[in-house]
Design a protein around this ligand. Structure first.
Ligand SMILES: [Zn+2]
Length: 383
């Protein structure tokens, strides 16, 4: 497959690498901000570029409901639609659908679910989840899997893992038959691009036909069972993907168990392919997982916490709404060089938050994302 991944330096289990995508290279280990609805909430795309975000996530389930896959496909794909020139990754919608709980029904064929927006009924299958992700056109797309709930008994974990493996094969087959349909390869012809589109697509067009296609990652499940994780890894590798994700973690299990499963699963993943740990964690955790040998991570924590006034700093977590900051003229984090810490005081940030100003969400998110991206940059440089 098309994705090229080069591991440069290693240090213990940690690796510093480079992932080449049609929309630019990604230095790993990398943290990927989450842009659920084609937007990292509150942050303009040029600011994300300035912060050094190399790749961002889109959520297929949310984009499928609003504005709809067909709308985005007709706009030339997610990059064109949201004017993001760098790399993107979409999830398969599986995790979101599974978090709907009461609103879903799983069969061999796929998942029937009800929209959290209006209660309307929809159906995702492995095939339709890949079709949607080809329509969105992210550089990296994910297999449609079942995220096993926690706790679950061994029989249930095995049955769920087997379903994910069968779905993985169906996803792969659909992808192989339809991968040429990605919107930035098909329409419009390069000569018909507007200057705006030209800027967004520029990097994608510099690649050869073979290189300029999406990369497809498989997902390892197996609950909290080390033997099943090993088996899931081996059989997912057998299906053959250009990268491997560790799914089904951060579902309510204790943190030391997350770490144990991550560590034991990593042992069974190929060294020459990117490894993606989905949906974790705090700044300390992402640094820890990178040191264990994870290459890619995403989490809503920095953006979601920011909107609730919870800020990660080199001195620990701060709740900016507290009265103790009302007259604090110091920067949010004296060790952070982000544009928020360079310019504003804690007193001002506290005032914005207490007054429910939109700017509070923007500035808080900029700082938290900077803090995460800087944390990962430091880990990269330490390898
Ligand atoms: Zn800052």
């Amino acid at each position: 497959m098309s994705l090229s991944f080069q591991v440069g330096k290693t240090s213990g289990n940690a690796r510093a690498g480079r992932l080449l995508t049609p929309h630019g290279d990604i230095e790993t280990p990398v943290f990927m901000p989450v842009g659920t609805l084609a937007s990292v909430k509150g942050i303009p795309q040029d600011t994300l570029e300035e912060l050094g975000a190399q790749v961002i996530l889109g959520n297929t389930y949310h984009l499928y409901l609003r504005p709809g896959i067909e709308t985005i496909r007709k706009m030339g794909g997610l990059h064109d639609f949201m004017a993001w020139p760098r790399a993107m990754l979409t999830d398969s919608g599986g995790f979101q659908v599974f978090s709907l709980n009461e609103l879903r029904k799983v069969t061999e064929e796929g998942v029937t679910f009800r929209s959290h927006l209006d209660g309307s009924t929809h159906f995702f299958s492995p095939e339709s989840a890949i079709e949607a992700q080809i329509g969105l056109g992210a550089d990296i797309i994910m297999a449609f899997d079942e995220c096993t709930e926690y706790p679950a008994d061994r029989e249930r974990v095995r049955a769920s893992m087997e379903l994910t493996l069968r779905w993985g094969k169906r996803c792969k087959q659909y992808f192989e038959e339809h991968k040429q349909e990605v919107p930035w390869r098909t329409s419009p012809r390069p000569s018909a691009l507007s200057p705006r589109q030209e800027q967004i697509r520029g990097s994608a067009r510099n690649h050869s036909e073979e290189e300029a296609s999406q990369s497809f990652f498989g997902i390892v499940q197996g609950g909290m069972d080390r033997a099943l994780r090993k088996e899931s890894a081996a059989r997912t590798i057998e299906i053959g993907f250009s990268g491997y994700a560790i799914g089904g973690l951060s579902v309510g299990e204790p943190r030391n168990l997350t770490r144990e499963i991550v560590e034991s699963t990593l042992e069974h993943l190929p060294a020459d392919k990117p490894r993606y740990l989905m949906g974790v964690g705090t700044p300390e955790q992402i640094a820890e997982y990178a040191r264990l040998g994870v290459d890619m991570m995403d989490c809503v924590l920095p953006t979601r916490a920011a909107r609730h006034g919870l800020l990660f700093t080199s001195e620990g977590k701060i709740s900016i709404k507290q009265a103790r900051y009302a007259h604090d003229q110091g920067p949010l984090d004296p060790s952070c060089a982000c544009r928020v810490c360079r310019r504003y005081s804690r007193a001002y940030l506290r005032h914005l938050y207490a007054s429910n100003e939109v700017l509070a969400q923007v500035l808080n998110t900029i700082h938290n994302l900077s803090f995460y991206l800087d944390t990962m940059r430091r880990v990269r440089h330490s390898i």
